[in-house]
Design a protein around this ligand. Sequence first.
Ligand SMILES: Cc1cc2nc3c(=O)[nH]c(=O)nc-3n(C[C@H](O)[C@H](O)[C@H](O)COP(=O)(O)OP(=O)(O)OC[C@H]3O[C@@H](n4cnc5c(N)ncnc54)[C@H](O)[C@@H]3O)c2cc1C
Length: 478
Amino acid sequence: MVNCRSSSAKSLVDGCVAGTLVHRGGENPEAGKRFRAQCCPRSGTGARPSRGKHVTQPWSGQRDRRAPLAAKGGRSPVVVIGAGPYGLSVAAHLRAQGVGVRVFGEVMGSWRHAMATGMFLKSTPDATDLSAPVAGARLADYCRAQGQDELTELTPIPCTIFVAYGQWFADRYVGEVEQSRITSVERGPAGFVVHVEGGEELAAQAVVVATGLSGLAHVPEQFRAVTPAGPHPDGLVSHTSQHQDLARYAGQRVAVIGGGQSALESAALLHEARAIPTVLVRESRVLWGELPRLERPLPHRVVWPSAALGTGWSLLAVSRAPGAVRRLPAAARMYLFRRALGPSGGWWLRERVEGIVPVRTGCSVEGVEADRSGGALLRLSGPGPDVLSVDHVLAATGYRLDLERLPFLAASLRREVRRAGGSAAPYLSASFESSVPRLYFTGSLTAPCFGPVMRFVAGTAFAATRISRHLSRGALRP
Ligand SMILES: Cc1cc2nc3c(=O)[nH]c(=O)nc-3n(C[C@H](O)[C@H](O)[C@H](O)COP(=O)(O)OP(=O)(O)OC[C@H]3O[C@@H](n4cnc5c(N)ncnc54)[C@H](O)[C@@H]3O)c2cc1C
């Protein structure tokens, strides 16, 4: 049991553990029927938006034209590594404050390349806004500008729309984004020396790490025996983050490991692509989100208020006050981090899985070996047969937030970064600064400090305002 020092911390944690993302109330028999018709018919099946090329778009909109794109007063810039929701939001705020910034990475790169075609977001439209310091930058604004139907809680958002929204946001509120990868960051005279893929070396006063879950995919030990060179879509075992097109497994038997959204949605997509998936879930049952209710009576809304992460007072607290989560005792924060919003499937996914894809619950994979036919033989514990023969294993086994797995951070720098108690993620100040001055982190890596909202797009506003305020109000003074 976790030792939560205060009872209020404990009840907050327990309330969050009970919740699941994007629950919005009870049954709505109409909602399921409407799902297929409503999930963005104009764009849900369309091709992915074109890639960001070199993403040096001319400025088209809201940014103050006086704000420099590179450095202020000839000083070294702030370097933002990563152009996903967090990197773009931080960059938008910094540029609006007149801070010199260079942003590196492909706009919405993870959403273009680390998610399978046909996936939808699990979060609701209201919880999926990137953050800019001016009005008009929300997902709803983007949809309106494109003449698309309004998104509601009954409209799961296709990844394609979210990518296009991110690109629109970058064009309007960020400006130049350099598509190159950062290969290393080490200490230097100005603060840091940053090496860019292609050979450029630049001095940076401050660095914001916004690389999301890149490099942090986790495949459990027992699968390593059959993947000595690491998981790969062409090998016996792969991780969900390595896929864009699951149709490559058409006609093949695939064991999908995990009981969360990623596993369940991958299984649905595999089945729809004529593969033969079996989902193996360690937990005793699969949890599903509830059908949202757009209209809720006042008493229901009082008892179960809406929040970015779902409904209920506890989820409201952790959604609205990540700063307060940071002040909880380390044990409570880690309990929240490990248990809040555990694995579950989105309400709209249920009809594509239940009764359609075989799901074995209470089932653990004890070992894996290659069989003679070139497939994999899984040894299982739990109810049902104790072996399963498949052509491929798809690990939907999540991510490990471990600083050691950010190869671009020099080992000496990683050693200097203090860790959040009980985790391998960085411990951060209230402004997201690590124990290395002017080295900031955002996104999932900050969830052990600021709580579950940082695992989602919903945390961008909090992170971007804190970091930009800190950098523009003195952190950059010599
Ligand atoms: C399958 C899946 C589904 C999800 N669904 C949702 C959802 O519905 N709602 C939600 O709120 N959250 C969801 N999430 C969580 C999601 O990852 C975050 O909410 C969001 O993408 C975090 O944004 P980010 O900017 O921190 O990271 P990312 O979006 O991952 O962006 C990080 C970027 O950094 C780039 N990068 C990495 N290393 C370098 C480098 N060395 N140099 C330059 N660039 C680099 C990457 O290419 C990437 O583009 C989901 C996650 C997964 C894995």
